[in-house]
Design a protein around this ligand. Sequence first.
Ligand code: NAD
Length: 632
Amino acid sequence: MISLSLSSSMIKTSVPGSSCTLFSSRQAKPAPAFLRVISGEGSNRVLIETTASSESSVDETTTVSGGVQDVYGEDAATEDFPVTPWSLSVASGYTLLRDPHHNKGLAFSDRERDAHYLRGLLPPTVISHDLQVKKMMHTLRQYQVPLQRYMCMMDLQETNARLFYKLLIENVEELLPVVYTPTVGEACQKYGSIFMRPQGLFISLKEKGKILEVLRNWPEKNIQVIVVTDGERILGLGDLGCQGMGIPVGKLSLYTALGGVRPSACLPITIDVGTNNEKLLNDEFYIGLRQRRATGEEYSELIHEFMTAVKQNYGEKVLIQFEDFANHNAFDLLAKYGATHLVFNDDIQGTASVVLAGLIGALKFAGGSLADHRFLFLGAGEAGTGIAELIALEISKKSKIPLEEARKNIWLVDSKGLIVSSRKESVQHFKKPWAHDHKPIKELVNAVKAIRPTVLIGTSGVGRTFTQEVIEAMADLNEKPIVLSLSNPTSQSECTAEEAYAWSQGRAIFASGSPFAPVEYNGKMLVPGQANNAYIFPGLGLGLIMSGTIRVHDDMLLAASEALAEQLREEHFVKGSIYPPFKDIRNISARIAAKVAAKAYELGLATRLPQPKDLVKCAESSMYSPSYRSYR
Ligand code: NAD
């Protein structure tokens, strides 16, 4: 097979067998960059993608014209202006087997093996994609240690991306805990030892002043979603510094598997400003900067350079998801960049949206409206205050009452007790809206008795805090107490499903952050719901991308919650769950995407015009499918 190389002034053929590089007409040495022809992954797929090595003078040669990168130097080039001689190449033979985007392993047909110089490089058998999935699942199930399963999955992602995504999509309930929580937590803790290949970009203080160049080192150019962490609060595990990279990598694989965003459009990023984790600082195998965390101006300047470079390089429509930032930075970053960038914080907004969806769904069957309820939270951080604010917003919109009024039925307890007006001056700014008039109360059980909530939500990160006394107090006050124990991991859950049902005589409507197995109570099988953020963010992201939205608006979060709640059926609710089954997630994501996009069009924030007539169909058809493509 022949591969084609092109430059602005010459065309050259080269020998088959591997990706070819290009010789420029002006420089008699291999060019440090190339373009490769790719097969499509959905309706939005671009025909070519670019790869630039670090030596390339991309900065001078790739200008942005009308929002499109001038990768050929067509706009800026003059005779004296050096350009990067981008080239086209077609992978074949050994290179094709090493290319995760195009590799099919044993699923290459005989005809493809002949046409693409694969004879002898594979054993003779040809198997189907389905059989490959079956075989991989069989292999994965042999591993007893979760981290081994995780590494096996990461290896597959680097070897054969379409097999990885098919496996994940078809076995989502079994594999979600492998590629994401809880296993990803352990993977981050050990990331220094298991790190093999770059799965995303590391941007550290060393790159200050050069972040735009660093972004351009990433091989994919058509980025639509970035998940970024600074590693300061990884899950419930605290500061893992640079090793937090497992989180953006895992989240983005879910964007693709659950929301259908093209894998090549996803970019995981870890910002390394140091770590305050002594264990890591003293670990000779630690992969990050060996210094304590930069704070204040030094921190803000690096983040600002990053945010500016992202917009400069990818434009206005790239979604930046902040992930696992500590709450002292998370709220400020969201507030600061929400006005200028398309930003979303899953810990604050995603959590809020999924929990609100559960409540709306539950009330659809239990009766009443949100405005009829009184809410008490244990924990007033990113999750707690984020959920509280979105509930208040929904009540305010639905009941047409001022937001301040809606907030009055929502109370929060933090580590110092009930947040009340006498504490207003001393609490962090994001807690202030919840400092209502009441006498101080220290203990949760006393707060339950005094506030008389109908809904109790745990977001403290501290396990076993919904004691028997607390649940019994809720059950005394309510025929159907709603109890959400959202803290993760399972050991930190405020109470177990079994405890919530037993201590409320089977009357509690219960959901949790970590999964709990179904519980048999008085001969009835109760299936607790899991308020998993993965219900919301992939569909929300898809909706923003497919409509070319430029800012996230709270109404889009409400739209996402309502779309998810609409998927809850009575048959799920009578079994105890306030969420639809997770196995339907691609369908659910398409419906969430459609509602979010509709809201974006309504608000005038969508740029992909005209608005498609059928947004659900549009969402479904723009979702990445992991099916193999035929190679000519
Ligand atoms: P955070 O650190 O921002 O907030 C924790 C809050 O709990 C703080 O306000 C803190 O003062 C308070 N707190 C700590 N100890 C307490 C105690 N003993 N009593 C009362 N309050 C106490 O963390 P976060 O991001 O808000 O996450 C909190 C928990 O929620 C975590 O366990 C996280 O895993 C979980 N979470 C679940 C979901 C979900 O279910 N979908 C989503 C996000 C977060």
